[in-house]
Design a protein around this ligand. Sequence first.
Ligand SMILES: Nc1ncnc2c1ncn2[C@@H]1O[C@H](COP(=O)(O)OP(=O)(O)OP(=O)(O)O)[C@@H](O)[C@H]1O
Length: 630
Amino acid sequence: MTDLVAPLTLTDEQRAVVERPWDARVLVTAGAGTGKTHTMVCRLNHLVGHPIPEEAVGADELLVLSFSRAAVRELTERLRAHGGAARTVRPKTFDAWALELLSGAYPGTDWSSRSFDDRIREATAAVRKGAVEVSAAGVPAHIVVDEAQDLVGDRRDMVETLIDVHRESLGFTIVGDDAQFVYGFQIEDRVQREREAGLFFDWVRASFDDHEELHLTRGFRATSTDVREVLPFGDELRSLPSGAAGREAAESIYERLRLLLSEQGGFPAVDDELFLASLRATRDRVAILTRDNRQALKVSEILHEHRVEHALRRSAHDRSVPSWVVDLLGATEATTLSENRFRSVVASVSLPEGTEPAEVWRVLRSVASARGSQGLDLGRIAPLVRQGRFPEDLADPVRAHVVVSTVHRAKGLEFDRVIVLTPPTVTELRAAHPDVDMPAEARALYVAMTRPREDLYHVTAPQVRMLRRAERGDRVHLTGRKAYQRFGVELRGGDVDHTAPFGDALAPAVQTYLREKVRPGDAVELRRINPLPAADGQSPRYEIVHEGRAIGEVSEKFRKDWYRVMKINRIWNPNWPKSVVGCRIDSVVSAAGPSATSQAAGLGGRGVWLAPRVGGLGRHVWACAEKETE
Ligand SMILES: Nc1ncnc2c1ncn2[C@@H]1O[C@H](COP(=O)(O)OP(=O)(O)OP(=O)(O)O)[C@@H](O)[C@H]1O
């Protein structure tokens, strides 16, 4: 991220946004790479650090919301890097904010078991009933909404309600780019989806006569002329007409973007030696961007086979808590820590590069302060982990040079070089999906091609015909020529049982092994413990085995999802493989439960322990005698 070292200079257009007073209602539309994130960092610094005290807003009076964890992370890192007055502002995803609000308003309810959409709807109802006024954070003075183009459906309703209920006292800065509206698929109904594009902006325009519209037009990201040629397509995408004319125009944009991409440097295949060698040697940040999760899984598998170190970006909802949380809680017996004591305790914990002790203190204090003192209440941390409320800005940063990601998961991010999987032609798209959403395809390609700072390449997409998505749930699995064949299954966050430490009496030894021996990218296998299904509608139980040693067990969620993949029809009796190979360690993370659970496992009473996270595309292995038969 060059931005981390570049001085924060502003264009006149950017300055106009930055210097609006805190009670202004500002709508900023801007193309990709025109400095929306950059401008937001400066705006927040300006609001918090305003030299006239009456014009300044406290960092805790700002509410900064964005759609994806990736965008929140990017914004957080830039705020911290520039060390301005707003470095303590903590941007949140819409989902994290909703959960925080609900947990404060209804502390007795277990919100972690409810779906994301459910929680958003409940949070909207809570906002209407005045939950924000009585929340610990209180009513914000100014709200910043990033990636506003993707604010649709229930999330749009929630933010509109929040702004509407507090309209008398609130300023806002809403930033977005209609050309990058790529999360429309959240709305299943096609007609409704088309209608949703731009609806939030229209609501703001109609609801606030005093709103101001500002634009950023100068592109900063792309340094090469070729990449700069992509930007004008944003204007075309922003002005797409609705209906058939819009679909036709999108088709033309898509084909021209394809052509432009094909004129950039290209590689014949992901397993091409030259391609692999350049990835292994790179010191820059490189992204391989895929259209969907199946391609991302396949590319990652090929890179692993050829020993190219890389990170596979997780889904927006896939959260995890870094392993150092277990070490921190295990490093002291104290329940409350003063800042000085915290500093000496944290010195014995190895924090990942880029995670500063002072930052950890500040963020943890903001969610787990000791009542009536300036200290940190360590007893409040395990419940936060358990309820999925551990602050996402303390998640481990992605440090790999090479990142494999779907376009959606890379939105809002930038890389030195970007390699896009060669997109299919319109004819090929139509052959594969007769009702293809052409505006969505064109916007996704535009987002992909506007991610690089320096170079843009293409590589032939690997074959994923045999990778299908389960009809119920969206679990990717490997099929064969015959519809009933099942050769493999996708593993992802939430597939390892985190409800108790693994290993019964051996749990302490497993913890040491996880800490010392298990690393991201290591191969693991799922090994069947017992041939009988664990319960109705579930697969049998499987252990996770790392270099011959069991380090965990699959979760109930995985067993249920896998059963749905394997249960081809009502009368079909699934045959369960002896093992599943080819999965990889994603990371070792902190898990939490009641303190009695960790106590019973001999791990102390903190209620936290280490657990692996597993990902990738697993392949079924049958013992000869039980080969899958009809
Ligand atoms: N005024 C400026 N001077 C120098 N560099 C700038 C300026 N504004 C933005 N940049 C740089 O341009 C790049 C793109 O900016 P930024 O990521 O903020 O754009 P964005 O509009 O948020 O992009 P996207 O729409 O793709 O998410 C960054 O590297 C940023 O540092």
